[in-house]
Design a protein around this ligand. Structure first.
Ligand SMILES: [Zn+2]
Length: 211
């Protein structure tokens, strides 16, 4: 027994609108290169660069204009609830993410670890990484992104005993410029439900990440 549900009512962008967006971006990135002092139209290595950058930024931000991947939620019967679920955490990770930071529009690369404790609904497993990757495809602030993952899965499951999220990522705005610190990671966590009260559950979740 399952039903697909959709959250975040993004409608798919019509192809002609997407093409208009790409053309506009291409034009603007051309202006950026000109402003930076490059004679890009006459440089064979740069002549298509505004086009490439436009496509790349559309790829980096596609979560903003594509619908959330549909997710399969399985309802458990009364019998299965007692027999199968109990308090069994379901762990998924590492889930690789590629994103952009809202402050500098430079890449963020890292891993997300996700765990939840079902109540009467369980998720189709492969859909968890799909949704997390989709959430990452837009400019983010890692702290808010971590909480957004919890919020989104709460919305999808609407009854769940607990959710735990751990994000470990490198921010290019810190590694290639500014402080130039290439070994530092940013780590953020968010907990909901049983994880808030139960230290052992939290410790077990964090132990799985280190394995
Ligand atoms: Zn940044």
């Amino acid at each position: 027994m399952h039903r697909p549900i959709k959250s975040w009512e993004n409608l798919p962008l019509p192809p002609e609108e997407l093409e208009r967006k790409r053309e506009k971006l291409q034009e603007l990135f051309g202006e950026v290169l000109t402003t930076l002092g490059f004679d890009w139209k006459r440089d064979p290595n740069m002549v298509d660069t505004p086009k490439r950058i436009a496509k790349m930024f559309l790829e980096f931000t596609e979560g903003n204009f594509t619908p959330m991947p549909s997710i399969t939620v399985f309802d458990l019967s009364e019998m299965e609830k007692d027999r199968v679920v109990g308090n069994i955490p379901v762990f998924v990770g590492p889930i690789e993410i590629k994103s952009l930071c809202s402050h500098h529009f430079l890449p963020i690369m890292g891993n997300v670890y996700f765990e939840y404790i079902p109540e009467s609904k369980v998720l189709g497993l492969s859909k968890i990484p799909r949704i997390i990757k989709w959430l990452a495809r837009r400019p983010i602030i890692q702290e808010l992104f971590t909480r957004q993952i919890v919020k989104t899965f709460l919305e999808i499951l609407n009854n769940v005993k607990g959710i735990a999220v751990y994000v470990k990522a490198k921010h290019m705005c810190m590694t290639v410029r500014g402080v130039n610190e290439s070994n530092a990671y940013m780590i953020t966590e968010a907990f909901y439900g049983l994880y808030k009260e139960n230290e052992e559950l939290r410790a077990n979740f964090l132990r799985k990440i280190k394995e």
